[in-house]
Design a protein around this ligand. Structure first.
Ligand code: BGC
Length: 279
């Protein structure tokens, strides 16, 4: 016989209520960040559309959010700058009264073969991709810790680290980028362990080849695209929406028992298709 604990039944009922989430999305002026921000807009969320330099792109994102029924604001900040990050989170709290979700997405590539890689190329990538995710996560955690409620059985806050398949697939010619993404993996897992007792969920999404500005030199070129497709068993390049749908779910109560996990959204890239017929 199935016994239903009345407390759990009640919390199940409450979990179906449509509560408005407040979400910070970094790097939301284009690509994956833009797709995620719009997807949260469709859920009626309050979305902070962070951007670094593309104000027009960020404004476009906000328009789409508003048309979809959400609210939000655009906010310029370099995620690698401590003061700018702190101000962005202050603005979020004062405008919307709280924070529920951080989508730690802003990321860049500065590619070079190793011997020619400048210290500046190394630092820029680590600063944005890794230090930026640290700084934003820390501000989000500081806020989540303030809203700690011991009676809560469910998550009081969510952070999703947008990483890359290159957190586990080594990438020649991109050592700075792969190092930053490998760092994110351990940042995510260690933080998840530290925060789980506080009911703060920390997870990662690692996209494969998604058609955005960051790799348009590849997917817009027919020959290079053919080569890229050899690395994708599912035989299509991903779209920002493929990532966005997973992000919305991973930040919802539907996935409440998941923490410390990375979801690879990559059309099977991490299955190492080079091993299909040899090895
Ligand atoms: C990179 C893309 C690349 C993809 C698969 C992503 O993290 O930003 O440039 O196409 O990984 O290699």
């Amino acid at each position: 016989m199935l016994l239903v604990n009345p407390e759990h039944f009640l919390s199940l009922l409450m979990s179906t209520e449509n509560t408005t989430q407040t979400v910070v999305v970094t790097g939301a002026s284009s690509g994956i960040g833009q797709g995620i921000a719009i997807a949260f807009g469709k859920k009626g969320a309050n979305v902070i559309v962070n951007y670094h330099s593309d104000e027009e792109g960020a404004t476009h994102t906000l328009k789409q959010i508003e048309q979809a029924g959400g609210k939000g604001l655009v906010y310029q900040a370099d995620v690698s700058k401590e003061e700018e990050v702190i101000s962005m989170f202050d603005k979020t709290i004062t405008t919307f009264g709280g924070l529920d979700v951080l989508i730690n997405n802003a990321g860049i590539q500065k590619d070079s073969d190793f011997s020619h890689m400048t210290l500046d190329q190394w630092r820029k990538v680590i600063d944005t991709n890794l230090t930026g995710q640290f700084l934003c996560a820390r501000e989000a955690i500081r806020h989540f810790e303030e809203k700690q409620n011991e009676s809560s059985d469910k998550s009081i806050g969510n952070i999703i680290f947008i990483s890359s398949v290159h957190d586990i697939i080594p990438w020649a010619g991109h050592v700075n980028y792969a190092s930053s993404k490998g760092g994110i993996l351990m940042l995510m897992k260690s933080l998840a362990l530290e925060m789980a007792p506080k009911k703060i969920r920390i997870n990662g999404i690692s996209p494969g080849a998604i058609a955005t500005d960051i790799n348009d030199d590849v997917w817009k070129d027919e020959e290079k695209k053919k080569e890229l497709l050899k690395l994708i068993p599912y035989k299509r390049i991903g779209q920002p929406e493929d990532i966005a749908k997973v992000a919305v779910w991973l930040a919802s109560e539907e996935s409440d028992y998941i923490t410390g996990t990375t979801i690879y959204v990559d059309g099977g890239m991490t299955l190492y298709p080079g091993f299909v017929d040899n090895g």
